[in-house]
Design a protein around this ligand. Structure first.
Ligand code: DI6
Ligand code: FE
Length: 427
């Protein structure tokens, strides 16, 4: 919404005269949104999107107080926002990002296009460890400053909750600095930030060849210190038997997380089937992410455990993966699916949830309803939130407004931002 639109839209309603056709102001609501269609994402009967055309939403003290047909709205409020026929969705949730990091990997990208192999790039100091070097060299202020434009790109599309992982420090100081920077992003902007400790992302250079020692340090040193400072809302790990941590090493990190009362998430079965899906299910993980190579038994175990499957089509696209996630098995198991950017410098330099909606549909053949649930209701579940992700009374009043003709348009455009407004906590 432009400033002038907002001025026009936010004019207080004329004081009620108490006439029969005019709702009276009362203290139930402090703000209402009108002239909008609602995509509540609360499934109703045959409609997975919970659409209410010509709807209205009312808020009180940052929470949704009422949702329904405009004609049924029981009372007016001090502030009325007219939405010019926009579609309102729950504020979008990007449930998997590595938003905070130093430097970027554009030079590495260029080298690959010029024919360099991964080995050449590693020899030239590239790959994930180049980001570790740049991140270790960055101050907390540097990390906040470089992350803000990426965060702003997400917010401009209607994101109201974002998850941010550490994982480019691989030592206590830098992991803590990344997580403090992530927390500061949530103070610098109107957005909820959920943090995940991803110290088990890669083996740091100083521990090369000694993964088991590093895992012990994560479990007994880094994780307890981060937990004591309250810097992480969850613990993540990268299980990959060839380039990261084995399932057994991952289990050691997860045992430590559970000792400290932290829920877990997992980068699982991205490049091969390591049994990551089943491992995540065994630990009651909030989510298992990537899962292109997850097998049907692991997928069924996730569904039984309530673990959300997070699909990351940006990474699939950027590394030119060809193995599709087994959507048939996921649907058969009734697995809840989320969709996220995986925003990171190495495999998904993509600060756009709307692009992921398109890619989820185009590359993975998600339906519009599945894709939209993936950035709202199911993304909330992937972060353990039960207070957001739908338009329903009692939930946080986090809204995203779009100038589109129907919800499918959100998945249809490639690189076009149709977001015209964002509301966080009723403001
Ligand atoms: N999987 C990924 O795709 C990213 N991390 C992970 O565990 C890649 C991170 C990077 O290359 O910087
Ligand atoms: Fe990731």
């Amino acid at each position: 919404m432009t400033a002038s639109d907002r001025r026009r839209a936010e004019e207080p309603e004329a004081p009620s005269t108490g006439g029969v056709n005019r709702p009276r102001h009362d203290h139930r609501f402090d703000r209402v949104w009108l002239d909008a269609h609602l995509c509540t994402m609360a499934p109703r009967g045959e409609d997975p999107l919970g659409v209410i055309e010509d709807g209205a939403i009312a808020a009180k003290d940052g929470r949704i107080a009422w949702v329904g047909k405009r004609s049924d709205l029981p009372a007016a409020a001090e502030v009325t926002t007219r939405c010019d026929g926009a579609w309102i969705l729950p504020g979008l949730i990007d449930c998997h990002t590595h938003l905070v990091f130093g430097g970027n990997r554009a030079r590495e990208f260029e080298m690959r296009l010029e024919g360099a192999s991964y080995e050449d790039i590693a020899k030239a100091g590239g790959g994930i460890l180049s980001t570790v070097r740049a991140t270790r060299a960055a101050s907390e202020d540097d990390l906040v400053a470089s992350a803000l434009p990426r965060l702003d790109a997400l917010l401009a599309e209607g994101v109201t909750t974002v998850e941010v992982k550490s994982g480019y420090g691989l030592d206590l100081d830098t992991e803590a600095r990344m997580l403090r920077a992530a927390r500061r992003l949530g103070q610098a902007r109107a957005v909820s930030v959920a943090t995940s400790l991803l110290a088990a992302h890669a083996v740091p250079p100083e521990s090369a060849g000694r993964a088991a020692d590093y895992v012990r340090h994560v479990a007994d040193g880094i994780l307890p210190a981060i937990a004591a400072e309250g810097l992480a809302d969850a613990v993540d790990a990268f299980t990959d038997s060839a380039i990261a941590f084995t399932p057994e090493e991952t289990a050691r990190v997860f045992d430590a997380a559970q000792r400290h009362g932290l829920r877990v998430k997992l980068h699982a079965d991205q490049l091969r089937d390591d049994g990551g899906a089943a491992l995540a299910a065994r630990y009651g993980a909030l989510s298992a992410d990537h899962i292109e190579y997850a097998n049907p038994d692991g997928i069924a175990a996730m569904a039984r455990a309530g673990t959300v499957g997070v699909l990351l089509p940006g990474a699939f696209y950027f590394i030119r993966e060809t193995k599709q996630p087994d959507l048939a098995a996921m649907r058969a198991a009734g697995l809840r699916l989320a969709l996220a950017t995986d925003l990171n410098p190495g495999s998904s330099p993509a600060p756009s949830v709307l692009l992921m909606l398109n890619m989820g549909c185009t590359l993975f053949r998600l339906t519009v309803a599945e894709a939209l649930a993936g950035v709202t209701r199911h993304a909330a579940a992937a972060l353990g939130f039960d207070d957001r992700g739908m338009l329903a009374p009692g939930l946080r009043c986090d809204l995203a407004l779009f100038a589109v003709s129907r919800p499918a348009e959100l998945c249809y455009w490639i690189g076009r931002n149709t977001c015209v407004g964002r509301v966080v906590n009723g403001r």
